[in-house]
Design a protein around this ligand. Structure first.
Ligand SMILES: *[C@@H]1O[C@H](CO)[C@@H](O)[C@H](O)[C@H]1NC(C)=O
Ligand SMILES: *[C@@H]1O[C@H](CO)[C@@H](O)[C@H](O)[C@H]1NC(C)=O
Ligand SMILES: *[C@@H]1O[C@H](CO)[C@@H](O)[C@H](O)[C@H]1NC(C)=O
Ligand SMILES: *[C@@H]1O[C@H](CO)[C@@H](O)[C@H](O)[C@H]1NC(C)=O
Length: 527
């Protein structure tokens, strides 16, 4: 079984060394042949198949047809099709057939993304259950098209049956340590779609700044952002991100981390943060959210009511990582409260806060994702909570943590080995590629609780100047691990395709960094 899969891979590797496209991420089933069909840019069109449940007027597909036409052939002009005869060796239409009519919806964790592509003498067909699957298939189609030295477009006879291995394939951007302009976020969503990533985890606020412009609490960004005019995301910006993502089949998972990582909330909301003490006097510094005041929960109720309606995804990320207990320990009112509650450990106080927060968010019919500390500190959470594993070796390795989380019956997301902000000299993508998310002792049921993972780009040393080359193509490595089969692990095969895909990213105007010594036919040029 494993032997024959390896044989297949080697065979494909040989086939891919030619001029033809190298796919990224690698599909689950591919059969390619050297027979080729010509594509004539002026004549070519994406069309809805007459039997499709989705017809013109579906914004997601109509917009995707326009995008992919342009990605494939540029803006023109092209030689008129009449000068090139149509024959059985050219394809003028990719027919797209979708089973479910849903079009004005948002992608969800449960959305089906599988598709089949059939290109042969009789057919040029993309079939999918949903428009989201059709988007994935359009991307694959675009990667199959290649150009001869004379500039003629071709696609080979090919059959592909494909589906994601994991339903949650995310990328985290941090817009608090450094503000990222809206255009950086939108450009990232484009490249995510080229990689079939489907969750944008927006770590929007943190200690250094609060760029989210709240409708209910405008003081938050007025006082907590780096600049309340230029360094914020207005309600309109947020809408634009959500819609841009939807059109690419990407969910937006918004994170408002608390009770730690909240210093920037303090100026806008007096009394929200715990005053720290030095001896018997307040030191003037502030710590995590103050968990002992009713006003804290009143604020959180109003704030998350807004967040729940602004972000349509079922899931919100509530953070819960790295709560520093020093300030709570210094505050005499907190000690009194702890005594009254019978708490002897600050983790109990943290749990008290998080449980109240989770109840608030549950009441708004939202699900939630939290960082692993919430699980480690034994906070009582709903059984459908998703736990994101990010720590390594503290207190256990990340794979051991995934085992513990799933053994307890919770769903898990893996990001510990995929911190793109950590860089090293040389091909550091290989270690990220070698990760096997299910490489832990567990039953099949426990393994099924791993719903995917996320590449993370924390922002301490990253802003719009270096974001793109640090993200790509390394983020694509995580994308393939989460999309492709667990048998797609050969590093040489990956390197060949990733090198090629990176050149394709340059052609598409993405400033992706090199992963090997060499060159691209079309190098990056500032546009
Ligand atoms: C596609 O066809 C060309 C020319 O016929 C051939 O050189 C190439 O190897 C083919 N690619 C694949 C993946 O089969
Ligand atoms: C997609 O997957 C579903 C469920 O596994 C299957 O029923 C369907 O036939 C697949 N559709 C395509 C187009 O491959
Ligand atoms: C906070 O609310 C609880 C429950 O509603 C109430 O018993 C308590 O007196 C309130 N505390 C303050 C300080 O208002
Ligand atoms: C790949 O996954 C299948 C089940 O989906 C499993 O039986 C097999 O052992 C896995 N192989 C590797 C190399 O992890």
């Amino acid at each position: 079984m494993a032997g024959s899969a390896l044989g297949l891979r080697l065979l494909l590797l040989v086939a891919l060394c030619g001029a033809a496209a190298a796919l990224w991420p690698w599909p689950h089933y591919v059969r390619a042949s050297p027979q080729r069909y010509r594509l004539r840019p002026a004549a070519f069109a994406f069309r809805h198949h007459s039997g499709s449940a989705v017809q013109p007027g579906c914004d997601v597909l109509d917009a995707a047809f326009t995008r992919y036409r342009r990605l494939l052939f540029g803006a023109g002009p092209w030689p008129p099709p009449s000068t090139l005869r149509q024959n059985h060796l050219s394809k003028d239409v990719l027919a797209v057939s979708v089973v479910n009519e849903g079009c004005n919806e948002f992608p969800t964790l449960e959305s089906l993304e599988n598709y089949t592509l059939t290109i042969n003498d009789n057919q040029c067909l993309l079939a999918a259950d949903t428009i989201w699957g059709a988007l994935r298939g359009l991307e694959t189609f675009s990667q199959l098209v290649w150009t001869s030295a004379e500039g003629t477009f071709f696609i080979n006879k090919t059959t592909i049956r494909d589906f994601p291995r994991f339903p949650h394939r995310g990328l985290l951007l941090d817009t608090s340590r450094h503000y990222l302009p809206l255009s950086s976020i939108l450009d990232t969503l484009d490249v995510m779609s080229y990689n079939k990533l489907n969750v944008f985890h927006w770590h929007v606020v943190d200690d250094p700044s609060f760029p989210y412009d709240s409708i209910t609490f405008p003081e938050l960004s007025r006082k907590g952002s780096y600049n309340p005019v230029t360094h914020i995301y207005t309600a309109q910006d947020v809408k634009e991100v959500i819609e841009y993502a939807r059109l690419r089949g990407i969910r937006v998972l918004a994170e408002f981390d608390s009770p730690g990582h909240t210093l920037s909330w303090g100026p806008g909301i007096p009394e929200l943060l715990t005053p720290c003490y030095s001896g018997s006097q307040p030191s003037g510094e502030f710590g995590p959210v103050n968990p002992i005041l009713n006003s804290t929960y009143e604020f959180m109720s109003s704030f998350f009511l807004e967040i729940s309606s602004v972000f349509p995804d079922f899931y919100l990320h509530l953070g819960g990582d790295e709560v520093d207990f020093t300030c709570w320990r210094s505050n005499p009112s907190i000690s009194v409260f702890m005594k009254k509650k019978g708490f002897d450990d600050f983790r109990q106080l943290e749990s008290f806060y998080i449980q109240k927060l989770l109840d608030i968010v549950s009441a708004y019919n939202k699900g939630y994702v939290v960082w692993q500390e919430v699980f480690d500190n034994k906070v009582k959470v709903r059984p459908d909570t998703v736990i994101q594993v990010w720590r390594d070796k503290k207190p256990v390795t990340y794979m051991e943590e995934v085992a513990l989380v799933t053994k307890a019956g919770f769903r898990a997301l893996l990001s510990a080995p995929w911190y793109l902000n950590h860089i090293a000299y040389g091909p550091d993508w290989k270690d990220m590629y070698k990760v096997e998310p299910l490489d832990f002792q567990g039953t099949p049921e426990e393994k099924a609780l791993v719903i995917g993972g996320e590449a993370c780009m924390w922002g301490e040393w990253v802003d719009s100047t270096n974001l793109v080359p640090r993200l790509w193509p390394r983020g694509g490595v995580v994308a393939e691990r989460l999309w492709s089969s667990n048998l797609t692990t050969n590093l040489d095969f990956a390197e060949t395709r990733l090198t090629h895909f990176r050149c394709e990213l340059l052609r598409r105007g993405v400033q992706a960094e090199p992963i090997t010594v060499g060159y691209c036919e079309q190098e990056f040029e500032e546009t």
